[in-house]
Structure formats: C-alpha cells, structure tokens
Design a protein around this ligand. Structure first.
Ligand SMILES: [Zn+2]
Length: 134
C-alpha cells in the first residue's frame, strides 16, 4: 500500500494518532496490539512469540501458515471504512493490523470488480446488434 500524503486530509497525522488512541493502540477487528511480535496460525488467530517457545517444527508447520516460525510484528495502519481517503469522520476510520487492512481492501476491491462487471454487461446489452443493417 503506497501512501500519497496529497490523497489525505492535511491533519491526517493527528487523525491517525486520535484513532489509535481511541482503539487502545489495538487492531479494531482482531484486537492484536500494535508492535506485538508473534505469528498467525492457519485460522488467522494471533499467537505471541512466547507461545511458540519449545514448539517443534512439525507441530509449528501443522498449526501455522507459511514456514514455521514465521514471526512478524504487528504495525497498525489506519483504514477508511468508507474508502474515501479524504473522509475525516472518526466513525469511518479504523486502526487495523496489516492482515485486517488487506482483507478489508480485498473485499472492497472485489465489490468494485463485481460492480464494474455488472456495468459492462449492462452496457453491452445496450449496444446495437452487430450485423444488422437497418
Ligand atoms: Zn487485525
């Protein structure tokens, strides 16, 4: 995700700080804390790194996605639930971890794709039939 400051409100940094404070510096969707170090299991549940202490590679490969141990750090991002980057409504802006942000964006992307597909089909339906001369 590339951040272009010009796409956002001028006081975006203040908004981000306020949103993160309100969220208790945790992801609004999955509740994992900013800066947490650990891994996601195959169901997407979060486990702090100490939970993997003493876990064998066989067990780890079974429960965790990717190559075990695939330790990551949670970095909170700030997502517009309305997908309007210029929106300043705190009710539309959530602190989300990378994973929740990506899945939120992916869902939106699929919705846009489906909408465009429907529109193309409608537009195609309005085109005159080819090979028919009036
Ligand atoms: Zn999350």
């Amino acid at each position: 995700v590339t951040f272009y400051p010009a796409d956002y409100p001028v006081d975006w940094k203040d908004i981000v700080r306020q949103i993160n404070d309100q969220a208790g510096n945790k992801c609004k969707f999955c509740g994992v804390a900013n800066g947490a170090v650990g891994a996601r299991d195959r169901d997407g549940s979060w486990h702090d790194e100490h939970e993997m202490d003493g876990m064998s590679a066989v067990t780890g490969d079974h429960f965790f996605e990717g190559e075990f141990p695939r330790i990551i750090m949670i970095v909170l991002t700030t997502a517009h639930l309305c997908h309007d980057k210029m929106c300043r409504d705190p009710g539309h802006i959530f602190a989300l971890c990378q994973r929740c942000h990506l899945s939120h964006d992916r869902r939106h992307h699929l919705e846009v794709q489906a909408r465009n597909r429907r529109r193309r089909i409608i537009e195609r339906g309005q085109l005159p039939l080819t090979g028919v001369t009036p």
